[in-house]
Design a protein around this ligand. Structure first.
Ligand code: CTP
Length: 200
């Protein structure tokens, strides 16, 4: 039996949820399949499909901030098989795909229910900043954490990350650091931004 998947571990998203909860935020973590244990003081909702993830994210609203770190599959098999597919010598298999919902873009265009601060990720292998800026406007979010996930860098499944914080007013290039340190720094930026919004 085989399946097609990606090598994303969930480590960065779990670290961000843990860092926000450590700052005192009431935090819900919506997670796809992963071997990771829930961080302390976090409400975890485990899902298996993109459509379940969208429903769980919508159920978690309203929220002051949403951070969308999941490597969601853009596509799913149109008709999943209920039984093992036998190998037929005369025909190579064709898998028809149907498009998954874009969870970040859905929240970005959610009107009154849109989180006050909406943060997406942009996993890229080339033109990292340019693609991130494009995603910022296309998906209607406030900030993008952009990173280069070229296989040689070992980000997917690894312990470290090199990210760029892309906002309408400009970019910050963060040094190479652990996913835990990325999470702590992002949680600090979020607290500062929400503090300003509350004060405004
Ligand atoms: N995302 C999402 N729902 C999807 C696909 C992606 O919410 N169905 C979110 C991811 O969680 C991330 C952001 O969108 O915050 C960017 O994901 P990425 O895979 O880089 O972008 P894509 O939309 O898949 O664009 P492309 O593959 O063309 O780069």
């Amino acid at each position: 039996m085989r399946f097609i998947a990606n090598r994303s571990s969930g480590k960065q998203g779990f670290a961000i949820a843990g860092a926000l909860a450590a700052l005192g935020a009431a935090t819900t973590l919506v997670s796809g399949p992963t071997a990771l244990a829930s961080p302390a003081r976090v409400k975890i909702v485990r899902v298996e499909t993109a459509r379940e993830m969208l429903a769980a994210c919508e159920a978690a609203l309203p929220a002051d901030v949403a951070v969308m770190a999941a490597a969601v599959a853009d596509w799913r098999p149109e008709t999943p098989a209920n039984q093992k597919l036998k190998k037929l010598a005369e025909a190579e298999p064709q898998i028809r795909l149907a498009e998954n919902p874009d969870i970040l873009a859905t929240l970005g265009h959610a009107g009154a229910r849109r989180p006050r601060l909406l943060i997406g990720f942009a996993a890229e292998t080339e033109n990292v900043i340019a693609h991130a800026k494009d995603k910022l406007s296309r998906k209607g979010c406030d900030w993008i954490i952009a990173n280069d996930v070229s296989p040689a860098l070992g980000v997917m499944g690894g312990e470290n990350n090199t990210v760029h914080l892309v906002r309408a007013e400009g970019e910050e290039h963060w040094p190479h650091m652990s996913k835990g340190d990325v999470a702590t720094r992002l949680a600090d930026r979020i607290a500062a931004a929400l503090g300003r919004k509350v004060a405004a």
